[in-house]
Design a protein around this ligand. Structure first.
Ligand SMILES: CC(C)(COP(=O)(O)OP(=O)(O)OC[C@H]1O[C@@H](n2cnc3c(N)ncnc32)[C@H](O)[C@@H]1OP(=O)(O)O)[C@@H](O)C(=O)NCCC(=O)NCCS
Length: 171
């Protein structure tokens, strides 16, 4: 698979492939969040072994993850719920997020399911625009909260409002 950057400047083509994220990848994923976040991801990888979730990685030719994201099959009956999607900041806006969402949707189909869902924070308009471009439609709002670790290691509660979006994968 290929992600191309056609912004003004020297064109660059980067060959990437999508595979399952593995515990051994986590030291190379510090760009995606704090140590606390990576411990959460590690727990999700144990759930992936149990078949409850898929966790995907888009990798460079050197097999380094530059985009990661999960699909939880236990949140919503009959649907795969996309969550924790993140692209290496230096490679955002090059199409990797689009590639990862499409690969996740294929995993949902592979399980015989026909609906993908996700929640995006209301103050994240770029992510929302991406999901709308890919066919996701808003159907509600929901408050959410989770612990976040600051650069100094302190933990604080992040409270937010999310837009709930879904996509019918049959159309
Ligand atoms: C949201 C996120 C996952 C999207 O991933 P991404 O790789 O940046 O997404 P894409 O490149 O596929 O698409 C996003 C943008 O790139 C543009 N784009 C996509 N493919 C492109 C291409 N081939 N050439 C040029 N531009 C392209 C899109 O039009 C879009 O425009 P924008 O830059 O104005 O936003 C990523 O930006 C990210 O990690 N953000 C921080 C964490 C986050 O918000 N996660 C989502 C939580 S719900």
């Amino acid at each position: 698979m290929t992600a191309e950057n056609d912004h003004t400047g020297t064109p660059l083509t980067l060959s990437v492939r999508v595979r399952d994220l593995l515990p051994g990848d986590l030291p190379a994923c510090t760009w995606s969040g704090s140590a606390l976040h990576l411990r959460h991801v590690e727990k999700e990888l144990a759930r992936a072994v149990a078949g409850e979730v898929d966790y995907l990685a888009v990798c460079t030719p050197a097999d380094l993850p530059v985009a990661i994201g999960g699909i939880d099959y236990q949140v919503s009956e009959g649907a795969g719920t996309l969550w924790q999607f993140a692209v290496l900041p230096a490679l955002q806006s090059c199409g990797l997020g689009t590639l990862l969402v499409r690969a996740a949707e294929q995993r949902v189909r592979d399980r015989g399911l026909h609906r993908a869902e996700l929640a995006v924070e209301e103050d994240n308009p770029r992510a929302r625009a991406l999901y709308e471009r890919l066919g996701y439609v808003a159907y509600g709002r929901e408050a959410d909260a989770w612990d976040e670790e600051g650069p100094d290691g302190t933990i604080r509660r992040h409270e937010t409002m999310c837009l709930l979006m879904r996509k019918d994968l049959l159309t």
